[in-house]
Design a protein around this ligand. Structure first.
Ligand code: ATP
Ligand code: MG
Length: 270
């Protein structure tokens, strides 16, 4: 099972859109996909027609159960969508209260890791949507994944936010056995604006190793798809954003294959 987290401490950069687009495309290819909404605002949850104000059980329940988590309990939380192979764990606004509760509570940083481990044979891909702030939820999302996708809006100040996110990764990385790989995904690129062109160049220059070679164009149909509650590739199969997300997904699968090979080599002492 592959586990990817989509995160950036900056808000409104296209995290939820990217999570849904990638998950939708992977499900279309026949993978059993689970999306996990860890944002108290529940954008992903409302994308699929549920309201995080009233959602129960939800990803908050995972934290309530904590040490008593079982596969059966997780399955009670999973919602299916209208689309084949595509399910999700919805968020609740109650998640916002976790930060306060987390202080001094043991094991709360690994709740999502334990959840996805329980589902190892049930899904092929888990995509976690993270809130735009560093706290117990983002820490859970980063601890649970094998690879991180960082959407970055192509605008002035993009690099600042990105540097902050990478600094966070380095801070958290010290407690991981293996360094967390990540892919930077430039989003909302508009080739007609100077800010987009300049910041895309800056991202690619400064983060040569980690920046994806492509970019997600600005495409208002993505907003329409979200309003309609339809994954982007079904809303606009031949859209520019859809084809960009297709090639991003391909790149992420290739990266996962490389990572798997190198971790097997490490395990066998090569
Ligand atoms: P938050 O930090 O609030 O969770 P986010 O990073 O998850 O935000 P999204 O909700 O995915 O960001 O996107 C913010 C808004 O921008 C949404 O209205 C979405 O439909 C729109 N959007 C996302 N990607 C694009 C794009 N490539 N072109 C145009 N609009 C986009
Ligand atoms: Mg979001």
């Amino acid at each position: 099972m592959l586990v990817w987290t989509v995160a950036n401490q900056k808000g409104g950069v296209g995290k939820t859109t990217t999570a849904v687009a990638l998950a939708g495309l992977a499900a279309e290819q026949g993978l059993r996909v689970l999306m996990v909404d860890l944002d108290p605002h529940g954008s992903l949850t409302s994308y699929f027609g549920e309201n995080a104000d009233y959602c129960k059980p939800s990803t908050y329940t995972l934290f309530e159960l904590n040490k008593n988590l079982t596969r059966a309990e997780v399955f009670k939380i999973i919602r299916s969508t209208k689309y084949d192979n595509l399910s999700f764990l919805p968020a609740s606004t109650a998640l916002a209260t976790l930060e306060r509760q987390a202080i001094g509570k043991d094991g709360l940083g690994l709740v999502v890791s334990r959840t996805v481990e329980l589902l190892n044979n049930d899904f092929d891909l888990v995509v976690i949507d993270s809130p735009p702030l560093l706290g117990v939820l983002m820490i859970n999302a980063l601890a649970a994944c094998q690879h991180l996708v960082i959407p970055v809006q192509t605008e002035f100040l993009a690099i600042k936010g990105l540097e902050r996110m990478i600094h966070t990764l380095q801070m958290l990385g010290r407690s991981r056995k293996r360094e967390l790989g990540y892919t930077i995904v430039p989003t909302m690129f508009d080739r007609r604006t100077h800010a987009s062109v300049v910041s895309l160049r800056a991202i690619k220059n400064q983060f040569i190793e980690h920046a994806w070679a492509g970019k997600i164009p600005v495409d208002t149909r993505l907003r329409d798809a979200s309003k309609a509650g339809v994954p982007p590739h079904l809303f606009e199969p031949d859209g520019r954003a859809t084809s960009a997300y297709r090639s991003l997904l391909k790149q992420l699968f290739q990266q996962a294959a490389v990572d798997r090979k190198s971790s097997r080599a490490v395990a066998s002492g090569v």
